[in-house]
Design a protein around this ligand. Structure first.
Ligand SMILES: NC(=O)C1=CN([C@@H]2O[C@H](COP(=O)(O)OP(=O)(O)OC[C@H]3O[C@@H](n4cnc5c(N)ncnc54)[C@H](O)[C@@H]3O)[C@@H](O)[C@H]2O)C=CC1
Length: 295
């Protein structure tokens, strides 16, 4: 299977590039300048056509949640119209599309984990732009699995786990928000799941495999609990660690308001695809091991 992923250096794209050859798939990652999601629809279509995909994974996005509040036009150009253009290109090529979306389409007021049918209500520009992306993707192509994931970390790029390890190199204590709950998700696990999903999409036309699916690491955490585990795993390997000082969201004001509960229920994915991501503790330990040992 020849998998074409958008966003050459993103966490998910980099994880796919690492894994695909190991499991016998060809991976072509295309990023800027060849593929500019804020650019013309025709240019996006031509770049994807040249890559000759059997399946397209739409992983590139404007992911700077706080900066998006000051750059809504760019966030919507990339996450909404750009995503729609990728879907239109997949439709024109007659290939399935795996599109990544986010837990931040929800407002966080539900007390239980969100299911796919729950009403959406993004609290910021990033979430709104990704939600419009979902809608434009579905309007452009029927052969699509939209995967909403969350709290992504990996050995690559910018993410919370890497930030914690970096901060602990110079500080004994770090203040971390303790009243937002979600599902930490390793991009390495996303990559494995995306390939399994893409394989099934290329083989079967079943409507059960199409639509929106929640896909996160198993288990839930607050940011403070995640930080605790990062430091415990790192300390066990002789890496940097710090004490976690728990603070409420109110003490850590950010331009974008984040949902206090963005936990996702992933049952639908498991039923349709037989795919369940590993427990987050285990996956965080693996990423921390790689980061500490590469230092
Ligand atoms: N990082 C996270 O915590 C979460 C991410 N997601 C979604 O998962 C997907 C993958 O996320 P990550 O790999 O973490 O993202 P990332 O931020 O690591 O990578 C995004 C990639 O998109 C590229 N990109 C940005 N603007 C572009 C443009 N105008 N044209 C072409 N490429 C552009 C960047 O260069 C980068 O390679 C995204 O759709 C994101 O919205 C969903 C929930 C949480």
């Amino acid at each position: 299977m020849r998998v074409v992923v958008t966003g050459a250096k993103g966490q998910v794209a980099a994880s796919l590039a690492e894994l695909a050859p190991e499991v016998g798939h060809e991976l072509v990652a295309i990023g800027r300048p060849e593929l500019e999601l804020g650019g013309e629809r025709l240019a996006i279509a031509l770049a994807l056509e040249r890559a000759r995909p059997d399946v397209i994974v739409s992983a590139a996005a404007y992911t700077a949640v706080d900066r998006a509040e000051a750059e809504p036009d760019l966030a919507f150009a990339v996450n909404a119209r750009g995503a729609g253009s990728v879907a239109a290109a997949a439709a024109a090529l007659g290939v399935p599309l795996v599109h990544l979306s986010t837990d931040y389409v929800f407002d966080g007021r539900k007390l239980e984990p969100y299911v796919e049918e729950d009403p959406v209500g993004p609290t910021g520009v990033y979430g709104r732009s990704k939600l419009e992306g979902e809608e434009l993707v579905r309007a452009a192509h029927h052969d699509v699995a939209i995967l909403r994931t969350a709290w992504v970390y990996s050995p690559f790029g910018a993410n919370f786990v890497r930030t914690m390890l970096k901060v602990a190199e110079s500080r004994d204590q770090v203040s971390v928000v303790a009243d937002q709950y979600g599902n930490p998700t390793s991009a390495l696990d996303i990559a494995r799941a995306v390939l399994a999903i893409a394989e099934q999409l290329t083989r079967s036309k079943s409507p059960q495999l199409r639509g929106i699916f929640h896909m996160t690491g198993s288990g839930e955490a607050s940011w403070a609990e995640l930080a605790d585990h990062v430091f415990a795993a790192s300390a066990a390997l002789g890496g940097p660690s710090a004490r976690v000082h728990r603070i409420p969201t109110a003490d850590y004001p950010t331009p974008a308001r984040r949902p206090s509960n963005s936990r996702l229920n992933c049952q639908r994915l498991s039923t349709a695809y037989g795919v369940t991501l590993p427990d987050w503790h285990q996956s965080v330990s693996e990423v921390v091991r790689r980061l500490v040992q590469s230092n």
